[in-house]
Design a protein around this ligand. Sequence first.
Ligand code: 13P
Length: 247
Amino acid sequence: MRQLAAGNWKMNGVTASLSEVEVLKQHLKARPANCDVMICPPATLVMALAEAAAGSPIQVGGQNCHAKASGAHTGDVSAQMLADAGATAVIVGHSERRADHGETNEQVRAKAEAAHAAGLTAIICLGETLKQREAGETLAVVHDQLQHSLPTDSTGANTIIAYEPVWAIGTGLTPTPAQVGEVHQALRGALSALVGPEAAHAIRILYGGSVKPDNADELMGVGDVDGALVGGASLKAADFAKIIAAF
Ligand code: 13P
């Protein structure tokens, strides 16, 4: 299946950052990507980034959504609003939201269901902490997160999984290719049991956590890795373009 390079800008970016989109567009014109490309900016930039990316292969995603379509939820953004602003996807259950806002698997699933209802692809994040890895719990942890965060109607068209070991995010540390492959293979098997083999083979499983221009080639070559969710290295178009070129 076609891989995806998705950039998660996290809480970074103001209007001036849209110049990076222009630079990325030039890179992609000079060297068309062998993969799908997406940027998930902060909510304030979704509409402007969608406009800046129009006519290019760059897709736009949100970073979070509320589980409800509308209502009295001051400060929240719904999946429908993101879709209206030009997003085609939304990240749900990022470990930073699980940690900062105490989001549970059940809440993440409700958000993913809201994304589906709004016609968005849900990018469902999961991953173990260092303590869990050292205790040998990695596969059990990600299996539990997948089982309880994944809507039952998930297909390759509406769902992407992102395996992001918490200890690899923003640290410069990455699992070995064998460790990544072990988790992705286990996730594929778990998906098959949860939504059937056909959907399981169509749902992309991204790796995220310190993906950089110098390790993208190795990580993206691992079996069952269908793309990358890139944080820091997606902020500068030159770096993100190098990662995309490694696909
Ligand atoms: P870094 O690429 O900065 O490690 O972030 C990964 C991530 O959390 C993407 O969602």
